[in-house]
Design a protein around this ligand. Sequence first.
Ligand code: ADP
Ligand code: MG
Length: 731
Amino acid sequence: MGIRQELLTKIKSIEIEKVELPKKVSGYFGENTFNIEAMQKYISNATFEAFKTWMSEGKQISKEQANEIANAMKEWAISKGATYYTHWFQPMTGLTAEKHDSFISITGPGKVIEKFSGSKLIQGEPDASSFPSGGIRATFEARGYTAWDPSSPAFIIESKLGKTLCIPTIFISYHGEALDKKLPLLRSDEALNKAAKNLLEVFGHKDVKKVFSTCGPEQEYFLIDKNYYNLRQDLLLTGRTLVGAASPKGQQLEDQYFGTIKERVLNFMFEVAEEAYKLGIPVMTRHNEVAPHQYEFAPIFEESNLAADHNQLLMELMKKVALRHNLVCLLHEKPFAGINGSGKHLNWSLADDKGNNLLNPGQTPEDNLQFLAVLSAVLRAVYLHSDLLRASVALAGNEHRLGANEAPPAIISVFLGDQLSRVLDMIEKGTKKQVSKSDIIDFGITRLPTFSKDSTDRNRTSPFAFTGQKFEFRAVGSSQNISTAIAVINTIIADSLDYVADKIKKAQSAGKDFNSAALQVIAEIVKETKDIRFEGNNYADEWVKEAKKRGLPNIAATFEALEAFTKKENIALFEKYKVLSKEELVARYHIWIHMYNLTLEIEANTLIEMVNASVAPAGFEYQRLLADNLIDLANLKKQAGLKPDAKALEDLKEHLDEVVSKIFYVRRNAGVLKKLLDKAALMEQEKRAEVYYKEMKPLMEHIRKHVDDLERVVSDEHWDLPKYREMLFIK
Ligand code: ADP
Ligand code: MG
């Protein structure tokens, strides 16, 4: 028996001790977070009020107050059993980073106390030289600083032998440039806040204190048994299978989506949810996805910054908990070829401090008008800046989805649904009539329809779809930190909200009454941005042609998509809204290109090793089997007078020939791949990314094709790499 076959006998679920009484979630939700209630118990009223004002109005607290909070945080954490603390941040790698310090301070020979001061709460100084900075930080200035982000509560991470207090922070250079993904998100929310309040004021709402974006990221993922994972160096090192023949049964029968969840998976989901609840992460929905062994968690939406932190934490939790169940959670965008990949549907909306959702159509004509103004701002933002949206989701993993015949396509368009589309068409044409009962529209007295939030029909193929009270950006990759996509959405929409507000004011000063002014601006934008709207099937070839006619960009390559961050007008936009400076943007561009290259280099080197050390040897064994077989037959013919069918002999020979040449192809192409890597190593990063995309990826696909052909014929016992049909189906 080969190692793979031996392993098949070991695949089983872990034994789980039955929990007597499932705990009531409300009883422990957020118990491991230093949330506002926990804080209130530990600090003075004055400091508590100061903190709240800081959060709602941005008025900084004093150093003494920060010290008081730090102390409170420490007391709280120690009472929970924490002995270490760390500043928790989100560097450009897309992961989260931690550097742990103990609470102890030496007070005398052999004596320590637990101490944690405000200054340590507010600022840390991890060695930044190992984090990508894209050239922002000169090497002589390797320092990077972490600074407390009070808008996201500190939390405690438990492991078997201890607890650690994690303090969410931003990560900046000595000169204050963003080195992380979080600071731009916070800055973009500020820009959005200002712009949205500006528009609301035009609509007569002068008392709104704060507007912010809300997000609910739906997280897709795969689970496979850990035993398989350990035998697949491609999954281990790159997160995806670089070779692997399709399973005869894939997702054709569509029997997985929303199907009964297997008990082993359900146990995993229960534990993830419990851990998430302790950290105050409101996971809400869990279900099977389309592909075999693909699943999804969706949270209740929250303020973007918190949603982004929570999504990072959730991904960490999912990976951690999976291991406890002898499973591995795959967050890569395309772990398996030929079946669906994983994304992260980013549900996005705007809310004010009074609890209103600005993308809620509302009950009155006035509310409807304001809704349409915000909606037109979204349309304009996507129309003008679809390149930035595409760039915000550009990474090697996602390249296998976007622009590769998979959901969603690389062409960014907006879906609005029937009812809204009809209303916009009427506004554009200035029609003054009733189309149907629900579509009343009369410009004379601004009677607009009352939209019902549930009337949006579904179009699952659209990359940017209005799904009733929110937009859903579906192009985000499953492994991605959502902060960049949110920062881009916030920024481009802030710009358009300002535009709409200005235009309405101008039309008013030209003598129009408010309602007609607003309608006129909405109509103009609807007309101008028509090309970005598409209600049909986004996967169809006709759409690709149609989009081309409309002049919509269709950018499949990551290196090309990323160029949006270096365009003059885009830099000007980010600078205007103080979200990212030119230096920060260009640095990001370089980091992302570099990361793309590193990812592809790791993949290529892994593939070369797999071909030489796994695939070819298995092929040789099978080749020997065939050769021995032929020799045996020849001998039998000669020595025992056996008369094998000539056709049967011919067939064997042909098959042997075929196997010999397949092995030859894969080995030769692996050699070509190695040479290509050597050649690329001498190129600039940008050029390298282009060569990897245009030459190396097709070459790797070509190698894979031959490897997969071999897998289909090589004797099962000699093939040591776990197969798709096993990884995706055996429980
Ligand atoms: P759908 O069926 O349209 O996908 P759900 O109600 O299941 O809608 O929500 C999907 C995700 O969208 C959830 O994570 C949810 O929290 C999020 N969501 C709902 N409303 C909003 C909103 N106003 N802003 C941001 N996200 C939202
Ligand atoms: Mg959805």
